[in-house]
Design a protein around this ligand. Sequence first.
Ligand code: PLP
Length: 368
Amino acid sequence: MSGNEQKYIDEAFETNWIAPLGKNVDEFEKEVAKYNGTAGAAAMSSGTAAIHIALELLDVRQGDIVFCSSLTFVASANPIYYLGGEPVFIDSEYETWNMSPVALARAMEEAQEKEKLPKAVVIVNLYGQSAKMDELMAICDLYGVPVIEDAAESLGSYYKGKHSGTFGKFGIFSFNGNKIITTSGGGMLVSNDVGKVERARFLATQAREKARHYQHQTVGYNYRMSNILAGIGRAQLEVLDDRVKARRAVFARYEKALGGIEGISFMPELTGTYSNRWLTAMEVDPEKLSVTANELMDALEKENIEARPVWKPLHMQPLFEGCKFYAHADDDVVSERLFARGICLPSGSNMTVKEQERVIQVIRERLG
Ligand SMILES: *Cc1c(COP(=O)(O)O)cnc(C)c1O
């Protein structure tokens, strides 16, 4: 917390707006839209809810196909199932660890041949790093397929000078407890289509029609953000840029201390992009180091230091068994390689230099 949160919470209490609507919600939406330079924003109870509403707005229905990044948290794809859609997973590429334009192009060509194009493409910006948006958007535009940018992890990041999350038809952010800024739980849908943003608010408020009585003709959801939590979000947004600087400093210290070691490589930052470095992730080459990523995580765990693998690709999850997957190349499945070799290091914005030095020391010792 930054210190100002209580002020906005107190305001909600004093004005007795303890509801999923009120001044904090309205202002938080305006402030997030202004920060990112989008025409509109709709506050949701979670990032997952925002993805669900975005897919709903793009008319995803039973049996529809939706393309999605494979190397991501399950929340990117779960809402496809909520709507009865069929996810098709797209591999990563090396320069961003995000969706491979080569694999996407192949998937689109095949979908076109079968005359069953996807209703949407969910593009994830992993650990703060933007995907290759120019290339990916060009492919999606060519086939006329709308994009949902899952920017849950990349609030405060930029791609070629433009805010991450503002490239697709919709962008979504998360304010879950582990994200770069938090409302304890919450999310936001952003778009330049203000009509759709208004429709998102409507769907997220049980799709209650404009009438004095309770009138309903569409299925709705209870997905709006609480006015108290939006108060926390307003104060958090004020310090977002500081948080990004802190995370980037954490990354830079790890890279300086360990990046020179043959066999360790850090998550790249594509030229022209600026990552919030939500998590510091690195790749461990077991051949060069004679230590696997797992063994390194074991060594850290022994010292009570929590590190984690990078996301297990969704095409490898039992939940999505039978779903189609397009690899970067036949003999090169980039997301599987990153899963086998990747480690996310402790990266909190409030980490002290001393704490970080301890992590670095344990890694150095294990590597010998
Ligand atoms: C956190 C996260 C989400 C979901 O956000 P919630 O607010 O936790 O529902 C979606 N996608 C990615 C990539 C995430 O990291």
